[in-house]
Ligand binder design. Structure first.
Ligand code: SF4
Ligand code: SF4
Length: 210
Protein backbone atom coordinates (compact mmCIF):
# COMPACT_ATOMS: atom_id res chain seq x y z
CA UNK A 1 0.00 0.00 0.00
CA UNK A 2 1.21 3.46 -0.85
CA UNK A 3 -0.52 6.40 0.78
CA UNK A 4 -0.14 10.14 0.81
CA UNK A 5 -0.29 12.44 3.79
CA UNK A 6 0.19 16.19 3.84
CA UNK A 7 0.27 18.48 6.84
CA UNK A 8 1.87 21.82 7.71
CA UNK A 9 3.20 22.19 4.15
CA UNK A 10 5.07 18.89 4.48
CA UNK A 11 4.23 15.82 2.36
CA UNK A 12 4.76 12.18 3.27
CA UNK A 13 4.56 9.06 1.13
CA UNK A 14 3.71 6.14 3.39
CA UNK A 15 4.81 2.77 2.04
CA UNK A 16 3.80 -0.46 3.75
CA UNK A 17 6.88 -2.27 2.42
CA UNK A 18 9.35 0.09 4.09
CA UNK A 19 11.11 -1.77 6.87
CA UNK A 20 10.17 -5.12 5.29
CA UNK A 21 12.37 -4.87 2.26
CA UNK A 22 15.10 -7.45 2.69
CA UNK A 23 16.71 -8.25 -0.63
CA UNK A 24 15.98 -4.91 -2.31
CA UNK A 25 19.15 -3.45 -3.78
CA UNK A 26 18.45 -0.05 -2.15
CA UNK A 27 17.98 -1.62 1.27
CA UNK A 28 21.17 -3.68 1.23
CA UNK A 29 23.13 -2.99 4.38
CA UNK A 30 26.63 -4.30 5.00
CA UNK A 31 26.97 -2.41 8.29
CA UNK A 32 25.80 -3.07 11.85
CA UNK A 33 22.13 -2.06 11.39
CA UNK A 34 20.67 -4.46 8.86
CA UNK A 35 17.07 -3.25 8.65
CA UNK A 36 17.77 0.39 7.87
CA UNK A 37 15.94 0.23 4.52
CA UNK A 38 17.25 3.03 2.32
CA UNK A 39 18.26 5.27 5.24
CA UNK A 40 21.78 5.64 3.90
CA UNK A 41 21.03 9.27 3.20
CA UNK A 42 22.89 12.03 5.07
CA UNK A 43 20.10 14.54 5.74
CA UNK A 44 20.58 17.82 3.94
CA UNK A 45 18.36 20.67 5.09
CA UNK A 46 17.79 23.35 2.48
CA UNK A 47 16.60 26.84 3.38
CA UNK A 48 13.04 25.75 2.59
CA UNK A 49 13.33 22.66 4.79
CA UNK A 50 14.41 24.99 7.59
CA UNK A 51 11.51 27.31 6.74
CA UNK A 52 9.02 24.44 7.10
CA UNK A 53 10.51 23.45 10.45
CA UNK A 54 10.37 27.06 11.66
CA UNK A 55 6.74 27.28 10.56
CA UNK A 56 5.77 24.46 12.95
CA UNK A 57 7.50 26.26 15.81
CA UNK A 58 10.53 23.95 16.07
CA UNK A 59 13.35 26.48 16.10
CA UNK A 60 14.70 24.36 18.98
CA UNK A 61 15.32 21.50 16.54
CA UNK A 62 17.29 23.80 14.25
CA UNK A 63 19.45 24.81 17.18
CA UNK A 64 19.96 21.12 17.99
CA UNK A 65 21.12 20.60 14.42
CA UNK A 66 23.50 23.54 14.73
CA UNK A 67 24.99 22.15 17.96
CA UNK A 68 25.22 18.60 16.60
CA UNK A 69 28.91 17.80 16.05
CA UNK A 70 27.97 15.83 12.93
CA UNK A 71 26.37 18.84 11.25
CA UNK A 72 28.27 20.63 8.52
CA UNK A 73 27.05 24.20 8.18
CA UNK A 74 27.23 25.63 4.67
CA UNK A 75 26.15 29.06 3.49
CA UNK A 76 22.69 27.95 2.42
CA UNK A 77 22.11 24.50 3.88
CA UNK A 78 22.90 22.17 6.79
CA UNK A 79 24.02 18.59 6.28
CA UNK A 80 24.11 16.03 9.09
CA UNK A 81 26.83 13.49 8.33
CA UNK A 82 26.17 9.89 9.21
CA UNK A 83 28.26 6.76 9.47
CA UNK A 84 30.36 5.44 6.59
CA UNK A 85 32.37 2.24 6.83
CA UNK A 86 35.09 3.31 4.42
CA UNK A 87 37.30 0.31 5.08
CA UNK A 88 34.44 -2.10 4.44
CA UNK A 89 33.65 -0.30 1.21
CA UNK A 90 37.26 -0.33 0.01
CA UNK A 91 37.54 -4.05 0.77
CA UNK A 92 34.25 -4.77 -0.99
CA UNK A 93 35.67 -3.92 -4.41
CA UNK A 94 32.45 -3.71 -6.44
CA UNK A 95 31.51 -0.10 -7.25
CA UNK A 96 28.03 -0.50 -8.73
CA UNK A 97 25.33 -3.17 -8.87
CA UNK A 98 22.31 -2.60 -11.14
CA UNK A 99 23.42 1.04 -11.54
CA UNK A 100 23.32 1.43 -7.77
CA UNK A 101 26.33 2.92 -5.99
CA UNK A 102 27.51 0.21 -3.57
CA UNK A 103 29.03 2.90 -1.34
CA UNK A 104 25.49 3.25 0.00
CA UNK A 105 25.63 -0.34 1.34
CA UNK A 106 28.10 1.02 3.89
CA UNK A 107 26.34 4.20 4.95
CA UNK A 108 23.86 5.00 7.70
CA UNK A 109 21.86 8.14 8.38
CA UNK A 110 22.60 9.61 11.84
CA UNK A 111 18.89 9.52 12.68
CA UNK A 112 18.41 5.87 11.74
CA UNK A 113 17.91 3.35 14.57
CA UNK A 114 16.98 -0.31 14.72
CA UNK A 115 13.40 0.87 15.30
CA UNK A 116 13.44 3.13 12.26
CA UNK A 117 13.76 6.88 11.87
CA UNK A 118 14.15 8.61 15.23
CA UNK A 119 12.72 11.98 14.17
CA UNK A 120 9.20 13.06 13.26
CA UNK A 121 8.56 13.30 9.52
CA UNK A 122 8.08 17.07 9.83
CA UNK A 123 11.67 17.41 11.01
CA UNK A 124 13.19 15.55 8.06
CA UNK A 125 14.45 17.09 4.85
CA UNK A 126 11.79 16.60 2.16
CA UNK A 127 13.67 13.96 0.08
CA UNK A 128 13.31 11.57 3.05
CA UNK A 129 9.53 11.78 2.89
CA UNK A 130 9.17 11.37 -0.86
CA UNK A 131 11.84 8.81 -1.77
CA UNK A 132 10.74 5.41 -3.02
CA UNK A 133 13.03 2.67 -4.26
CA UNK A 134 12.77 1.26 -7.77
CA UNK A 135 11.05 -1.92 -6.64
CA UNK A 136 8.26 -0.06 -4.87
CA UNK A 137 7.76 2.17 -7.90
CA UNK A 138 7.63 -0.93 -10.04
CA UNK A 139 5.03 -2.54 -7.76
CA UNK A 140 2.87 0.58 -8.03
CA UNK A 141 2.62 0.24 -11.80
CA UNK A 142 0.85 3.00 -13.77
CA UNK A 143 -0.94 4.21 -10.67
CA UNK A 144 2.32 5.72 -9.46
CA UNK A 145 1.98 8.43 -12.13
CA UNK A 146 0.03 10.86 -9.92
CA UNK A 147 2.36 10.27 -6.97
CA UNK A 148 5.28 10.97 -9.27
CA UNK A 149 3.68 14.23 -10.44
CA UNK A 150 3.04 15.27 -6.86
CA UNK A 151 6.63 14.52 -5.94
CA UNK A 152 7.95 16.49 -8.91
CA UNK A 153 5.67 19.47 -8.21
CA UNK A 154 6.69 19.59 -4.57
CA UNK A 155 10.38 19.47 -5.50
CA UNK A 156 9.83 22.30 -8.01
CA UNK A 157 8.02 24.35 -5.39
CA UNK A 158 10.78 23.79 -2.81
CA UNK A 159 13.57 24.50 -5.30
CA UNK A 160 11.93 27.66 -6.60
CA UNK A 161 11.37 29.25 -3.21
CA UNK A 162 14.71 28.02 -1.97
CA UNK A 163 16.35 29.94 -4.79
CA UNK A 164 14.34 33.08 -3.99
CA UNK A 165 15.28 32.82 -0.33
CA UNK A 166 18.92 32.36 -1.25
CA UNK A 167 18.89 35.45 -3.45
CA UNK A 168 17.32 37.50 -0.68
CA UNK A 169 20.07 36.34 1.68
CA UNK A 170 22.73 37.22 -0.88
CA UNK A 171 21.20 40.71 -1.20
CA UNK A 172 21.21 41.07 2.57
CA UNK A 173 24.79 39.73 2.75
CA UNK A 174 23.93 37.17 5.39
CA UNK A 175 24.03 33.38 5.39
CA UNK A 176 24.19 30.45 7.80
CA UNK A 177 27.96 30.69 8.19
CA UNK A 178 28.23 34.47 8.54
CA UNK A 179 25.34 34.94 10.96
CA UNK A 180 23.33 31.83 11.78
CA UNK A 181 20.76 33.41 14.09
CA UNK A 182 20.05 36.41 11.87
CA UNK A 183 19.66 34.12 8.87
CA UNK A 184 17.24 31.84 10.72
CA UNK A 185 15.26 34.88 11.83
CA UNK A 186 15.11 36.14 8.25
CA UNK A 187 13.96 32.74 6.94
CA UNK A 188 11.32 32.60 9.64
CA UNK A 189 9.84 35.98 8.67
CA UNK A 190 10.10 35.50 4.89
CA UNK A 191 6.66 34.88 3.40
CA UNK A 192 6.23 31.85 1.20
CA UNK A 193 2.87 30.66 -0.17
CA UNK A 194 1.88 27.18 0.91
CA UNK A 195 2.07 24.27 -1.52
CA UNK A 196 -1.30 23.07 -2.76
CA UNK A 197 -1.30 19.29 -2.53
CA UNK A 198 -3.34 16.93 -4.71
CA UNK A 199 -5.80 14.57 -3.18
CA UNK A 200 -4.24 11.18 -3.86
CA UNK A 201 -6.04 7.95 -3.10
CA UNK A 202 -3.97 5.18 -1.56
CA UNK A 203 -2.90 2.52 -3.99
CA UNK A 204 -2.40 -1.14 -3.33
CA UNK A 205 0.53 -3.16 -4.64
CA UNK A 206 0.35 -6.20 -2.35
CA UNK A 207 -0.78 -8.35 -5.31
CA UNK A 208 2.27 -7.38 -7.37
CA UNK A 209 4.65 -7.77 -4.44
CA UNK A 210 3.60 -11.40 -4.26
S1 SF4 B 1 11.69 2.83 -0.23
FE1 SF4 B 1 12.17 0.66 -0.72
S2 SF4 B 1 14.25 0.31 0.08
FE2 SF4 B 1 13.45 2.20 1.02
S3 SF4 B 1 12.61 1.51 3.00
FE3 SF4 B 1 10.93 1.57 1.47
S4 SF4 B 1 10.81 -0.49 0.60
FE4 SF4 B 1 12.79 -0.30 1.66
S1 SF4 C 1 16.16 11.32 8.53
FE1 SF4 C 1 14.97 9.49 9.00
S2 SF4 C 1 13.90 8.99 7.07
FE2 SF4 C 1 15.60 10.39 6.56
S3 SF4 C 1 17.30 9.04 6.00
FE3 SF4 C 1 17.47 9.54 8.18
S4 SF4 C 1 16.48 7.86 9.29
FE4 SF4 C 1 15.81 7.81 7.15
Amino acid sequence: MLSYYFEDNIPLFGCSLCGKCDGFIESTSLIHIKNRGCCWYFPKYTLMDLKNILSIGRVDFIHELKENEKTVISNYHLEVKGYFDEEGYNNYGVKTIEDFDTKLFFRLCPFSTEKGCSIDFKLRPHPCNLYLCRKVIDYCGDEYRMFSKERRDYYSYMNYFNELLKRELIDKKIDLIKDFDKTIEFISKYEVPKFEPRKLNSLSFARRAG
